[in-house]
Design a protein around this ligand. Structure first.
Ligand SMILES: [Zn+2]
Length: 330
């Protein structure tokens, strides 16, 4: 494998439905510079691509005089990792059918790589976060949506078409709440930040008694943190919603555990900050339903230490991994 040369850096972007983050990262995962801008929404595909090009250009200017080894973007949505084409990303519909790898070609002065954000986050966790030293690592983001990535011996498990890891749309509650994908009872509908808040709003709007009804200025103002806070104060409606989220997560994580036998499951995203509240229910579910003592004893969960940098660190790892692979097959 070709070693990374001194003063080589990666330019890494995290393109989400709300924020676009950009960073310059060295081979050790040190973030040398970072910036974020609100993702330009509802102004069309070309305007968004132009904004992303500007973010890349700014990072490249900052990175000089270091040599930029690659530019990688983690995109919020399903995409084909071979072509980089995004497939109907719900939070980035402007980019449906677009591949920045193909679109930009060589024009950026360095190879352009793209990946799904949760998948790249798994790679970032494996190289630079809680997953260091793991053989099999599963990363799950509990955020606006729920996505996941799987790393086995340093390689991303992509699946036949690149869509592997969509744990958010595995079913954890029969007849559960409706999901954005059109199904019901998906883990994302039950335990994502959006799902938790949406359930609370709907039930308060139907007239169910709750502290939430009196404490917020409007239904739309109820957010996930409000629900967890109300649950901590023994509000029964909030406790019911949080309890269902925890049980759903228990079902989902036990399925992951027994399907992949990971060393570690890492949770990221805003809802992962509530892990101390969710953990007792999840752990009780695993203790009760795991098929044997191996799975009961090997169930380990960590909350990601990488914060908002996680997707960018994964994108940088993709650059360094891709260089290694290219060099192995000259
Ligand atoms: Zn779904």
């Amino acid at each position: 494998m070709r070693p990374v040369e001194q003063n080589e850096v990666a330019v890494a972007l995290d393109v989400g439905g709300t924020w676009t983050r950009a960073a310059v990262v060295d081979e050790f995962g040190k973030v040398l510079w970072r910036n974020r801008v609100a993702t330009l929404r509802d102004q069309g595909t070309e305007a968004l691509i132009e904004q992303l090009a500007q973010s890349v250009g700014q990072a490249c200017d900052i990175a000089a005089p270091s040599s930029i080894r690659g530019i990688a973007l983690g995109m919020a949505g399903p995409l084909d990792p071979r072509t980089g084409v995004l497939f109907a990303p719900p939070n980035l519909m402007e980019m449906d059918g677009v591949s920045l790898t193909q679109r930009w070609g060589d024009s950026m002065g360095a190879p352009v790589l793209v990946g799904n954000d949760a998948t790249l986050a798994a790679l970032g966790e494996y190289h630079y976060g809680a997953g260091q030293g793991c053989h099999t690592l599963v990363y799950i983001t509990l955020s606006t949506g729920i996505g996941g990535g799987i790393v086995v011996d340093g390689q991303l498990l992509q699946g036949a078409s690149g869509f592997a890891g969509e744990i958010g749309h595995t079913r954890v509650e029969s007849n559960g709440p409706e999901c954005g994908c059109g199904s019901r009872g998906c883990l994302e509908a039950v335990a994502s930040g959006t799902g938790i808040a949406r359930q609370a709003r709907a039930r308060v709007a139907r007239g169910e008694a709750s502290l939430l009804a009196a404490e917020v200025s409007s239904m739309d103002a109820i957010d996930t943190v409000d629900v967890f806070n109300a649950a901590a104060r023994q509000d029964r409606l909030a406790q019911d919603i949080v309890g269902k989220a925890a049980r759903g997560l228990g079902v989902g994580l036990l399925n992951v555990l027994q399907l992949l036998d990971p060393d570690l499951i890492v949770l990221g995203g805003s809802v992962s900050q509530q892990w101390p509240v969710l953990a007792p229910v999840v752990e009780a579910h695993v203790a009760e339903h795991a098929m044997n003592s191996h799975f009961r004893e090997s169930f380990k969960v960590a909350v990601s230490p990488l914060g908002d940098d996680i997707v960018m660190l994964g994108a940088a790892a993709l650059v360094w991994d891709t260089i290694s692979q290219l060099s192995a097959y000259p």
